[in-house]
Design a protein around this ligand. Structure first.
Ligand code: FMN
Length: 365
């Protein structure tokens, strides 16, 4: 099968990608300690994958409060910014493009990760059931722990939260990232605001659809002021059930956001499909409606093969496709697609934490 659409260049925001094979954001929990600082090993991992049209680097906390798992990288200290610069330089040297995914986990956290062992924050004080945070216990043992009951953010705290996003976006640009991606998917803070099962606020950030979407749109607007809307991508996960999400109207919310984001001229919208993680499959009708609502660059992710990706791009439903587990295990994924070569199998045991094994040692062709 010809993969001509997948291998055609694509302008996106301020840059042009050499192909439409995107590396999905993948948490790998291998930041340098102490300080959650990206390392030369992280730089090597991303540089190995620089043939992607665009790498969306792993979810990266914008503040200590935004952290929900030990060993994930941050973008709120000078050392973290310097660490990321090494990563970005390594990718650019290989001719790649790279975005950083800006992350606040909200209630998917634990007091052991928070300053002064405080409760994590969320739209409302509602605990995420059957959800875990990864912490280092006081005796030094790494452990998955049930998430704590969060405290509701006060209305007066919202502007400081938005500032954390803006500062992180500015640091990302200083580190050399081509774009930033706002993580509003997978049950983390901004998704918690979108969904009525986690957002029961009575101020202007809760209640109606418009109110629940307000925080995300304010963050987009403030980051756009700082670095330009054409450097911002947004990731959403309509229908997602991970991290105790239950949002029956999430498709309607996504279509509303898509129209608002299109008006703002953002670089792209990235849809994390729900079915790989236990959710329903997105309907063809929804995909059609989303295409109409968002004429900008639309990326889908979740369970794609090269053939399926080529078909949805050729049909005009998507502009590009992101690959997660396949890129994790195949540093030269585009070349393998091009040659229709066999693919390495991802090893789940080494997804999170550790060193080179299962990280930089997957062979290229
Ligand atoms: C190990 C691992 C880490 C992930 N980390 C992130 C992340 O940091 N941010 C995010 O938005 N999604 C994350 N995801 C979801 C992926 O981006 C992607 O949506 C998912 O793997 C489905 O795509 P795939 O079938 O191509 O793997 C992660 C998935 C895996 C397997």
């Amino acid at each position: 099968m010809s993969l001509e659409h997948l291998f055609s260049p694509m302008p996106i925001g301020t840059i042009t990608l050499s192909n439409r094979i995107i590396m999905a954001p993948l948490t790998r929990s291998r930041a340098g300690q102490p300080g959650d600082v990206p390392t030369t090993l992280n730089a090597e991992y991303y540089a190995q994958r620089a043939s992607a049209g665009l790498i969306v680097a792993e979810a990266t906390q914008i503040s200590q409060q935004g952290q929900g798992y030990a060993w994930t990288p941050g973008i709120y200290t000078d050392d973290q910014e310097k660490g990321w610069k090494k990563v970005v330089d390594a990718v650019h040297t290989r001719g790649g493009k790279i975005a950083l995914q800006l992350w606040h986990v909200g209630r998917i956290s634990h007091h052991l990760l928070q300053a002064s062992a405080q409760a994590p924050v969320a739209p409302s004080a509602i605990r995420a059931e059957n959800s875990v945070s990864f912490v280092i216990l006081p005796d030094g043992t790494p452990s998955n722990q049930p998430c704590d009951t969060p405290r509701a953010l006060a209305s007066a705290e919202i502007s400081g939260l938005i500032d954390d996003y803006v500062r992180a976006a500015k640091r990302s640009l200083r580190a050399g990232f081509d774009l930033v991606e706002i993580h509003a998917a997978n049950g983390y803070l901004l998704d918690q605001f979108l969904s009525p099962n986690s957002n029961q606020r009575i101020d202007q950030y809760g209640g109606s659809q418009e109110n629940r979407a307000r925080l995300l749109l304010e963050i987009v607007d403030e980051i756009a002021q700082a670095i330009g809307a054409n450097r911002i991508g947004i990731r959403l996960s309509p229908g997602g059930v991970f991290n105790d999400m239950n949002h029956p109207q999430s498709e309607t919310m996504t279509l509303y956001l898509a129209k608002e984001l299109a008006q703002r001229g953002v670089a792209y919208l990235h849809i994390a499909e729900p079915d790989w993680a236990g959710g329903q499959t997105l309907s063809a009708e929804f995909r059609r409606d989303l295409r109409l609502a968002f004429p900008g660059r639309l990326i889908y992710c979740g369970g794609y093969t090269a053939e399926k990706a080529e078909a949805v791009i050729a049909a005009g439903i998507a502009d590009a496709i992101a690959f997660g587990r396949l890129f994790l295990a195949n540093p030269d994924l585009p070349e393998r697609f091009r040659r229709n070569a066999p693919l390495n199998t991802p090893d789940q045991d080494t997804f999170y934490g550790g060193g080179e094994k299962g990280y930089t040692d997957y062979p290229s062709l």
